[in-house]
Design a protein around this ligand. Structure first.
Ligand code: GYE
Length: 329
């Protein structure tokens, strides 16, 4: 009895491991079900248009689909999970060949992902992760390591204040609550600075990755905390909004309050040239080309890596000035 149970568990485990590592030829031979011209059809459920990063990401996906001869069905969820779920269900009904989406938050995807799996439509996660335990619900993840980005932000701070023992008061503008980049950028940063008690995060709130919210929350931070030394913003748009609030409060961003940001959009590079942002940790939105490659492969039944990471760097003010002319987003 016990042996039989063990055998069943072992078989289930092997099955699970295999399905996690390989790709089934789910839609081979059926390419173009969703279109009449026989082209591969990709349904892409985008988060929204909340930031400069997102705009660049959408442009990259649209252009890459065009170039690859892939028919793109594009949906903008306006930062709402229910809209993304609806869009994915519509793609399933339309029998697209492959679905890609950038999940607005990490949790709550299992049901709709199971529906896609049952319909035999492979799913690619772009940019943001999900917390589903069942990794057979998607074929691959294409995006950045957000924990590492948070750690890079923390490392810059530690270095900047090396050799001093004075307290350093940090305020944090978090991204969209429950999203992978907000969770991970917060965790990575906290992990690096926790080793030195002089660093104190005195306030931490969401600014929903937008300029308007970043400004509004920074105004509130400035009112309730007189002695802010550093702002850590989870993206450039919130940092840029906060910079306006800092200036309106009669302080110098980059000097009175040092600013650390993530993404690396052109506007942030300009702000670095003006010495208003001190450092930017890059997060690359130009995923379109790699996404189309992966889409073709999973539809053809080829195996793909479980995780594909994009390359990115960290820019100080001098490095930003040098890189600005060639910046693509
Ligand atoms: O940093 C932010 C955007 O998911 C990496 O979303 C992306 C983040 C990016 O709104 O600007």
């Amino acid at each position: 009895m016990a042996h039989r149970a063990l055998r069943i568990i072992a078989a289930a485990l092997v099955g699970g491991v295999l399905s996690a590592c390989t790709t089934e030829p789910a839609t081979t031979g059926t390419t173009g079900k969703g279109s009449s011209d026989g082209k591969l059809v990709l349904g892409f459920a985008q988060v929204g248009a909340e930031s400069g990063w997102r705009t660049a990401n959408t442009k990259s996906v649209r252009e890459a689909a065009e170039k690859a001869g892939i028919t793109l069905k594009f949906s903008d969820a306006q930062q709402k999970q229910e809209n993304q779920i609806k869009a994915i269900r519509t793609f399933i009904q339309q029998k697209v060949d492959v679905i890609a989406f950038s999940p607005v938050v990490e949790s709550g995807w299992d049901t709709v992902l199971k529906e896609a799996k049952n319909a035999g439509i492979p799913v690619i996660l772009t940019d943001r992760a999900v917390d589903s335990q069942d990794t057979s619900l998607y074929r691959t993840f294409l995006g950045s390591d957000f924990v590492k980005e948070g750690q890079e932000a923390g490392k810059w701070l530690v270095k900047e204040y090396e050799g001093t023992s004075e307290p350093v008061n940090v305020v944090e503008l978090q991204g969209t609550t429950g999203s992978a980049p907000a969770n991970d950028r917060k965790a990575g940063f906290a992990d690096v600075i926790k080793g030195d008690p002089k660093f104190k995060v005195v306030a931490s709130q969401t600014g929903d990755f937008t300029r308007a919210k970043g400004k509004e929350v920074m105004q509130a931070f400035l009112k309730s905390h007189e002695d802010i030394d550093v702002l850590y913003a989870h993206n450039d748009d919130m940092a840029l909004g906060a910079i306006q609030a800092i200036e309106e409060a009669g302080k110098k961003p980059g000097v009175d309050i040092k600013v650390i940001s993530v993404d690396g959009i052109k506007d942030a590079f300009v702000a670095m040239q003006e010495k208003k942002i001190n450092v930017v940790v890059e997060c690359n939105p130009l995923l379109g080309g790699q996404l189309m490659e992966l889409a073709k492969k999973v539809v053809a039944g080829e195996s793909v890596p479980r995780r594909v990471e994009v390359k990115e760097g960290v820019f100080t003010q001098d490095e930003a000035a040098a890189a600005l002319p060639g910046r693509q987003y």
